[in-house]
Design a protein around this ligand. Structure first.
Ligand code: FE2
Ligand code: FE2
Length: 171
């Protein structure tokens, strides 16, 4: 693989791990606010992002190229509300979609076709993740500050099933 492609995939490993770290911080905040359902949802999402990073990690190694791990940025750790957490999560997913598009373009331009094939999965995954994020944010907009509805929403988020390998886990 061209060095530029390897570097770009390594950069994406960092982005996926940063997303994992960020969801973990969100999960901790929710748990502290006693929104245990949302905390569970976010912890599972953190695990899913870790798996995305590992998928790229394994791909680089399978191509006999070098994995280069970079430091992770400190994630945001305080939030205004439960709705704020999920708005940030959606923004994060939209940013990742942009990164995946750019990465795909790099791989395509460099004629790294195996990487292009690998990245197809990520393109599809981002469509799903943004869709899920938008649905949750829309529900929080409807709910506003109604405590009973917030508790219902927390329970709904908590019903998310455990992460399956390769699956989105999104409900
Ligand atoms: Fe991801
Ligand atoms: Fe994601």
């Amino acid at each position: 693989m061209h060095a530029r492609v390897v570097e770009a995939i390594n950069h994406q490993i960092n982005s996926e791990l940063s997303a994992s770290y960020s969801y973990l911080a969100m999960s901790a905040w929710c748990e502290r606010q006693k929104f245990t359902g949302a905390a569970r949802w976010l912890r599972l999402q953190s695990q899913e992002e870790y798996m995305h990073a590992m998928k790229l990690f394994d791909f680089i190694l399978a191509r006999d190229a070098e994995v280069t791990l970079q430091p992770l940025d400190e994630p945001r750790q305080s939030f205004k509300s439960l709705a704020d957490v999920f708005e940030r999560a959606l923004e994060q997913e939209q940013a990742v979609s942009g990164q995946i598009d750019a990465l795909y373009e790099t791989a395509f331009k460099e004629k790294a076709f195996a990487a292009v094939a690998e990245l197809q999965w990520f393109l599809t995954e981002q469509v799903e993740e943004e869709k899920t994020g938008r649905e949750i944010v829309a529900k929080f907009k409807l709910i506003g500050n109604d405590p009973a509805s917030l508790l219902d929403m927390d329970r709904e988020l908590g019903s998310r099933s455990a992460v399956e390998t390769g699956g989105t886990g999104a409900q």
